[in-house]
Design a protein around this ligand. Structure first.
Ligand SMILES: [Fe+2]
Length: 298
């Protein structure tokens, strides 16, 4: 067993979001030795998939295209935080099967889990995000307030995907409806090289909060509702009630994040190591179809 899989920190039976909710506690990523179960995923809001030869082949087929996307002039706008984060939303030129030119379709246990356990058999893959973090992340940027920078450093810039700032006043609205977030590491790094962080069980707090906020409003009108203050108080509640986990994985492995889970990126510590590609992770986030499904699906 490699050092990357050596420790199990969370009992696989402790799956209730309430059982896991302990204020202020941080846990380094767990990879339990049990098969991934739908129940565990739905309780925690995330799961990890061990090394899979099919996914490892996909990574090998796709890595050069991801590198080219990071270097491409048309993607230069995605470099943020003083050059320490390449955001790379939809930067990978993959087709609807998740394949880049000359490569295989994205496949393996994680994809089977999504199709079978989550019932998303008709999945059409979006153009994936290529998220790269470099040593020193995060550095301040002119477009970010001091408070936002502090939130990035101290709270991993924790957020819900799809709740975006809109308009000149930058108010928060539910704008995108991703079905899930599938993270696929593309290169080897140390475990502490800015892993994704996640607040376990937060997805069900999000669901109940937004179901209350949107009650009686047709789903097509949800995007018009300003949820700025609600979103801020939701994040505070999650920080107080849920355990933060750091989810590190290696090429050939993958992790799945529930679409309603609060998550972020850990700042790069001085101890972290990576090659010239930095910490490169590809994220698939296909659209779920409607706001109503986004909030009501398991
Ligand atoms: Fe995100």
């Amino acid at each position: 067993m490699s050092a990357h899989r050596a420790r199990t920190f969370v009992s696989p039976v402790a799956c209730s979001p309430y059982a896991l909710a302990q204020s202020g506690q941080t846990v380094t990523a767990m990879q339990d030795e049990h098969a991934v179960s739908r129940e565990a995923f739905l309780a925690r809001g995330w799961c990890h998939f061990h090394h899979d030869p099919q996914l490892a082949q996909w990574v090998a087929d796709t890595r050069d295209a991801a590198r080219a996307a990071v270097r491409a002039a048309e993607n230069a706008e995605w470099l943020r935080c003083g050059g320490t984060w390449f955001v790379g939303v939809n930067a990978l030129p993959n087709n609807e099967r998740g394949a880049v030119r000359g490569g295989a379709a994205v496949a393996g246990q994680a994809v089977e889990f999504i199709r079978e356990a989550l019932g998303l058999a008709q999945l059409v893959w979006d153009r994936a995000q290529v998220s790269v973090v470099y040593p020193g992340y995060p550095q301040p940027m002119a477009t970010e307030s001091a408070a936002a920078y502090r939130y990035r450093r101290e709270r991993d810039a924790a957020h819900l995907d799809g709740v975006l700032r809109q308009g000149p006043r930058k108010r928060r609205h539910l704008c995108e409806h991703h079905a899930f977030i599938l993270g696929i590491p593309m290169v080897e790094t140390s475990r502490d090289a800015s892993p994704l962080t996640l607040w376990e069980g937060s997805h069900e707090i999000t669901r109940r909060t937004l179901q209350t906020a949107f009650a009686g409003v047709p789903p097509e009108d949800w995007q018009a509702i300003d949820i700025t203050e609600l979103y801020q108080s939701l994040r505070r509640r999650i920080f107080a009630e849920c355990r933060r986990v750091e989810i590190a994985a290696r090429p050939g492995e993958a992790y799945l994040v529930h679409r309603l889970a609060l998550h972020g990126i850990m700042p790069w510590p001085t101890t972290a190591t990576a090659g010239p590609d930095g910490r490169m992770i590809v994220y698939f986030r296909p659209d779920v179809g409607s706001a109503e499904q986004w909030l009501s699906m398991p």
